[in-house]
Design a protein around this ligand. Structure first.
Ligand code: ZN
Length: 451
């Protein structure tokens, strides 16, 4: 039998190292095909992954040249079998993510020298910066915790070693801890792991992990699911003790967009690129404008797409930000007519914005300085200019509802160096470039409107 494990990585790397992966097909997979059939092989082949989507299945089929028999040869659970509700799925809007993390864990680290926490980031520079700051914070508060750092540039063996060190139980050293000892003699106690998401979101199976924190907007639901899965790995874990906290902001969404689009135009033609864009839009929908239980939504998103769904899974009631009512205060309610008139004026009115506005700066400023925008957009009875954070939240909401869209410009500033700009533009109704989504009632159904 031939086994291909972690097949979702196979798809990701198939994108980056296309030549190598594609060359596997003529030298291996094609030779195992029964002549004249694209579903039967001469020996059993097993493809395995814990995180799959329909598009991953499609891509695997394309790369290896085999079709799966989706009725009988795919073993993939239904939504209710995908439940992982012992970990609270929490969401906060903040540009001060590190501050949010410290606030969440300060008393926890003070009271326990065994419980562990993981901080995930999209990029290495942030991991470096945050690690240094967290080390200073640990020292300043005298926690008995140490910090480990894992980034993508480490060798595979180094990553493996660091994960082993992080997951090692404190039990060996518990006597030393209980007896009390000087800081110098204290055993290394990695209670915190700071890592780039892709480098260390699988393979960590540690019952001491109680909380996982994501510093920025996530690239996909798969990442969220993988990271969230690091917590709650104890028999009695429940959402009051175990949590995954997602920190989102317009700024971190824009950084992620820039990273995704910082690629030659030819790469954007590859279907995998479209998948990544769609994954980011899924995250916008799920975490900016959720319409029902986010645990249930994730279970549906990740469950077997080839089995017809019988209704929506039951809501968790106490294990997600939506069910806990956090969205009542996280995002503002908005006035539809006000947004319509302000945006139409800004884009097409007598004094339109001079250039295409960047979505996180110039558009925010233009809206802020629009006369009476607080009243018009948010129904706030005040002549003061609205807080920028309120406007940024509204922009994310309009992006999630597809009323606003982004336009990316990639320019070569110096040889080989590219600068990225993300502009905000009014979106058209899907399939009809003559109608603005802004003017279509159906596009407003997801938004919390002021009546
Ligand atoms: Zn819920």
């Amino acid at each position: 039998m031939l086994c291909v494990d972690e097949v979702h990585l196979f798809v990701h790397f198939g994108m980056t190292f296309r030549a190598e992966f594609k060359s596997l097909t003529p030298v291996l997979f094609s030779k195992l095909r029964v002549r004249g059939s694209n579903t039967r092989s001469s020996i059993p082949i097993l493809f395995m992954t814990a995180t799959c989507t329909k598009s991953i299945v499609d891509t695997v089929e394309k790369i290896v040249g085999f079709m799966f028999d989706k009725d009988s040869n795919i073993f993939w659970p239904r939504p209710d079998e995908m439940q992982h509700r012992q970990v609270l799925l929490d969401v906060q809007y903040s540009t001060q993510a590190l501050h949010v993390f410290k606030k969440r864990t300060q008393s926890l680290l003070k009271h326990s020298s065994a419980e562990k926490y993981i901080v995930y980031s999209n990029n290495r520079a942030t991991v470096d910066r945050v690690s240094n700051k967290l080390c200073e914070w640990i020292d300043a508060h005298g926690f008995k915790a140490d910090l480990l750092k894992i980034v993508g540039t480490l060798l595979r063996e180094q990553k493996f070693y660091h994960i082993r060190v992080f997951c090692r139980s404190l039990c060996d050293n518990i006597d030393v801890f209980e007896a009390g000892c000087s800081e110098a003699k204290r055993p290394f106690n990695p209670q915190l792991l700071v890592a780039t998401s892709g480098a260390a979101n699988a393979g960590i199976d540690d019952s001491d992990v109680h909380g996982v924190f994501r510093l920025e907007f996530p690239p996909s639901i798969i990442d969220v699911n993988q990271e969230k899965g690091r917590a709650g790995r104890r028999f009695h874990a429940d959402p009051s003790s175990d949590w995954y906290l997602l920190c989102i902001s317009l700024e971190s969404y824009v950084v992620l967009l820039k990273r995704l689009h910082d690629t030659p135009a030819a790469n954007k033609q590859i279907p995998y690129f479209k998948t990544q864009e769609a994954d980011m839009q899924d995250c916008l929908t799920a975490f900016i404008l959720p319409q029902h239980c986010q645990q249930a939504w994730m279970e549906m998103k990740q469950s077997n797409p080839y089995i017809p769904l019988s209704g929506t899974p039951l809501p968790c009631l106490d294990a997600c930000a939506y069910c806990l009512g956090r969205y009542k205060t996280m995002f503002p309610t908005v006035v539809r007519a006000g947004i319509q008139s302000v945006f139409l004026q800004l884009y097409f009115g007598e004094n339109p914005m001079k250039t295409r506005p960047t979505i996180d700066k110039e558009l925010v400023d233009a809206i802020k300085n629009y006369p009476g925008s607080n009243r018009l957009l948010f129904g706030i009875n005040s002549n003061k200019k609205p807080e920028p954070v309120l406007i940024k939240k509204m922009i994310l909401m309009l992006l999630a509802a597809k009323i606003l869209r982004y336009v990316i410009e990639r320019k070569e500033s110096t040889a080989g160096k590219f600068t990225m700009s993300v502009f905000g533009s009014l979106a058209f109704v899907s399939g009809d470039p003559t109608k603005l989504a802004l003017n279509e009632a159906s596009y407003w159904t997801l938004l919390p409107l002021k009546d």
